[in-house]
Design a protein around this ligand. Structure first.
Ligand code: URA
Length: 237
């Protein structure tokens, strides 16, 4: 690919800027200054540097975010802070977006990527990708609730959910549970508990497909997926 295209894709500047930067000697390929910005390079096999820094070119970026409460799962918003606002400027050129949505007050695992095909596959209702949440629920969660969720519950709009797996970690005035659903209706977990007369007062996604949230990530922290994690996600495609 042309070096000016590569560098502009990486957010270094416009092609016109890069033409000038190359003339000024700021662009190097395999240690040699390249003055002609139309030159072709092979980013997989050549080392490309701009102003002394190695440019790691890739088409797609995959990030795991531990979403904090109070930010919305969108790329931009006039009023609210979005998950994309949490990212470092180096990720801006990639134009990542969240794969699905977590409510503003929900925490936990959110994947951000610019790989539209992969996002589409993960979100496809046909694929039934399991998503596991930890929840604090007001009131005593019972064995009957487990059975109801296994059979699917009827939501407020009449929709009958697919079977969901409910695990009671602790039952009490506020119960602690884990729930795995294979679809992604609006406010689904909260509405499923509403259907059995209970209220979720804390919700955190802890797994998507075979990919668990890295417990080392604090709220608001994120990192790129490793190759192994990416293949765990791709197993769902
Ligand atoms: N279910 C909900 O109710 N909210 C979320 O954010 C995710 C699943």
């Amino acid at each position: 690919m042309r070096i000016d295209k590569l560098l502009s894709n990486m957010g270094i500047g416009t092609r016109k800027d890069i033409k000038k930067f190359a003339k000024d000697g700021l662009v190097q390929v395999d240690g040699k200054v390249v003055k002609d910005s139309s030159q072709h390079v092979d980013p997989d096999h050549q080392t490309i540097e701009f102003d002394g820094e190695v440019i790691r070119y890739r088409e797609f970026v995959y990030l795991m975010l531990n979403k904090p409460p109070g930010v919305i799962s969108a790329t931009e918003d006039l009023v609210e802070r979005t998950v994309v606002d949490l990212l470092d400027a180096q990720y801006m050129p990639f134009e990542v977006f969240p794969v699905g949505r977590l409510d503003k007050d929900t925490e936990g695992l959110l994947i951000l990527t610019n790989d539209g095909k992969m996002a589409h596959e993960l979100l496809s209702p046909r694929k039934h990708v399991p998503k596991t949440y930890y929840a604090d629920v007001e009131g005593i969660v019972t064995e009957e609730d487990i059975v109801s969720f296994k059979n699917g519950v009827r939501l407020d709009d009449g929709y009958q959910t697919l079977p969901a797996d409910l695990v009671i970690l602790q039952s009490g005035d506020v119960s602690q549970v884990e729930i795995t659903i294979v679809e992604g209706k609006f406010h689904q977990v909260k509405r499923m508990f509403q259907a059995v007369g209970k209220r979720v007062n804390y919700l955190k996604r802890i797994q998507m497909g075979a990919l668990p949230l890295d417990p080392a990530l604090s709220l608001g922290e994120y990192r790129e997926l490793t190759e192994e994690e990416l293949s765990l996600l791709k197993m769902m495609e």
